[in-house]
Design a protein around this ligand. Sequence first.
Ligand code: SF4
Length: 193
Amino acid sequence: MLKLNKDQQVLPDGGHHFSTRGIMFRADSFEELLEKVADFRIANMILPGDLNEEILQYYAECFPQMVLSDGKPYKPKIDGTYEQWARWMGMAWRSPVKANVAPKEAEMRTDICKTCPRNKPMNFQESPGLSSLKQRSYILTRGYGNTDKINFCDLHRADISVLSFSSTPDALSEKESSAEPQACCWVGSLKGS
Ligand code: SF4
């Protein structure tokens, strides 16, 4: 497994940098670089992936002084729910709903979600882009969302807080057509609204 050699005084040529999708990102620190690349991917609906490892692998190849290895094999740390949520949030941020329902209406919806088995925890580990995504969720719900019981819907594959404010939630749902509907769900009952 690789980790950043924080004691290294000689930075990569040109400072911390990484190229993704043909765009070169530069930053004053490794952490800033992670955030910048994660933000770009999220905004463009690209899965964040294990960005830390990706950049370390690049450094190991081109600037080996920047990494330390403990000799153990790399273990992927991808959280599937986080990847789905991050990608969906990127989509919701790029095409925010034009009409929001009132907070009271959103609350009535999320009250249903609180006891629904498709409401899955979002106990995500700290990772690049996480705080920026949470901030976007907060903005899209005008500060009303993200209570501890409102999380990620693994049926509609959506952030429940954000979804609950949409006047056309069905359009934001990424439910697979073959997936069984959830009997208690308010999204299906509003189809075509
Ligand atoms: S299936 Fe419907 S009721 Fe259940 S968590 Fe998802 S949005 Fe909420």
